[in-house]
Design a protein. Structure first.
Length: 190
């Protein structure tokens, strides 16, 4: 809905050709292997995102590096990650709602619950805390329909995070994420 409203292309952050490997890795229990797969998929998607942006086409994605890093760290991954500075910088909307409504929405989804989904539900507070290190717009969605949420998002300034967001770089909170240098020597993006 957001992509259509913004006349943007919707880019999946796990491209189609990753899906068979995603299913296989998701059957396993190695959180670092899963994190590496998702990071690889995100870097691949970032190339597509950059191509669209260079041609003047806006892009919408359902999740990006913040979600991958926070959820896997909350699940126990201990890998240090260096993100190149040339990655597209998104305007991020963090959709939240009351816990009872969240549980109702999760139960109504037409999607099987994976082992990883269930595990993530046990660390929701850690994930939410880790998101605080990323600049993003928090959108309260309790009691709103998807159409109403879309209206709230499209009425929001899209030029950057609000002034009340935590604008520190990823990894600025060492108790949440390992240090993530943003200007590594020798990093180059095309």
């Amino acid at each position: 809905m957001l992509a259509a409203a913004r006349q943007a292309v919707l880019v999946p952050t796990v491209p189609a050709f990753y899906q068979p490997l995603r299913r296989e890795v998701d059957r396993r229990t190695n959180v670092e292997a899963r994190m590496c797969l998702y990071l690889s998929a995100l870097f691949t998607a970032a190339e597509e995102i950059q191509r669209h942006l260079r041609s003047g086409v806006p892009v919408v994605v359902e999740s990006y590096f913040a979600r991958c890093l926070t959820s896997h760290r909350a699940l126990g991954a201990r890998l240090g990650v260096t993100l190149p500075t040339c990655l597209p910088t998104p305007v991020t909307y963090y959709l939240v709602c009351a816990d009872d409504e969240r549980q109702r929405r999760l139960a109504a989804r037409d999607k099987p619950i994976s082992r990883w989904d269930a595990l993530t539900e046990t660390v929701t507070d850690q994930v939410a805390d880790a998101y605080a290190s990323f600049p993003m717009r928090r959108i309260e969605t309790t009691g709103l329909t998807p159409e109403q949420v879309l209206r709230v998002i499209t009425a929001t300034d899209t030029q950057g995070a609000p002034s009340h967001a935590d604008a520190e770089l990823v990894g600025a909170h060492p108790h949440l994420l390992p240090s993530v240098p943003r200007d590594p020597a020798g990093t180059c993006c095309s």
